[in-house]
Design a protein around this ligand. Sequence first.
Ligand SMILES: Nc1ncnc2c1ncn2[C@@H]1O[C@H](COP(=O)(O)OP(=O)(O)O)[C@@H](O)[C@H]1O
Ligand SMILES: [Mg+2]
Length: 349
Amino acid sequence: MTYAIRAEGLAKRFKETRALDGVDLEVPAGTVLGLLGPNGAGKTTAVRIFATLLRPDGGRAEVGGYDVVRDAGRVRSLIGLTGQYAAVDENMTGTENLLMIGRLLGMPRGAARARSTELLDRFHLAYAAGRAVKTYSGGMRRRLDLAASLVGRPQVLFLDEPTTGLDPHSRGEVWDMLRGLVAEGMTTLLTTQYLDEADRLADSIVVIDNGRVIADGTPDELKAQVGGQVLYLQPVRAADLAAAHALVAEEAGPQTATEGDGILAPVNDPALMPRVVRRLDQAGIAVGELTLRRSSLDEVFIALTGHRAEPQTAAAAGGETADPDPAAAPAPAGDTDPDDRYAQTRSPS
Ligand SMILES: Nc1ncnc2c1ncn2[C@@H]1O[C@H](COP(=O)(O)OP(=O)(O)O)[C@@H](O)[C@H]1O
Ligand SMILES: [Mg+2]
């Protein structure tokens, strides 16, 4: 088996923070790995190490068989990177951005121009090619960002939260573009906080939390890992939540999690439901809602980490010290551009 991307015991500390604490992962060539984790899990740190932007201080990382530290130049020639925040210049047009990247990569002027045209076309941006990027919607910027990472015809693509901050429609657009790349056999490592995104796009998933791998497998394997079914219950009185949690945890195990006003637990034993009902009754805890359902990846995540994968907030984004540019902000949400012709012609997803 040839792995396009590999990490072994990968570690990185920032003072007291263990951003990565011994991460192992392997991505076979031509497949998509979803690196899934909440804010601060270590996703961007991992991507920056693979992209040779940051040196690990333990373990090793390889891309295309090359070590990211010893053969950094070789690795750079193989990869494309779309960072968490837009890397394109706001004041330049779409064409100018792609041309500049082509020239920086050492492409002859004619070749750079041809590649820009081809990519703008492919990402449905040809009509806006001559417009300054600052007039683009969030979805258009992300598409241009993706195009920018492909100018050098990479074999391996790193996408750091490619749809965070996008409205659902623009997310659908970016997914379409990614599916196209995947169909062409591009090896991709995609970081995401969105379980549905990993479920839709990834062949395999590695879940990280606090710099450690807490689960890995295909989406189906992860779902099976928490029993395939989850129990959800909501006490009538919010004051009973803690007592109900303790009681359910005794029956269902430590993966029991509090979720909003309710409690979520993996079901590994068909007798769990009646036992929980009996215990709640004995404890005098009135229950408003009690359901048994097939677990979604969301629930797998909660079961594994004890908390929900939260969408990134503006405040949390500002807290990411790894980004050297304080002016770089995530694309505003809900910003489908009325002028984005691709958005208008595309059927809703
Ligand atoms: N340059 C840095 N300096 C100090 N701490 C950092 C730096 N980069 C990341 N961290 C910390 O490392 C942890 C992992 O961060 P990061 O890799 O950005 O997580 P994610 O991308 O999953 O949100 C967080 O606690 C973050 O605050
Ligand atoms: Mg990040």
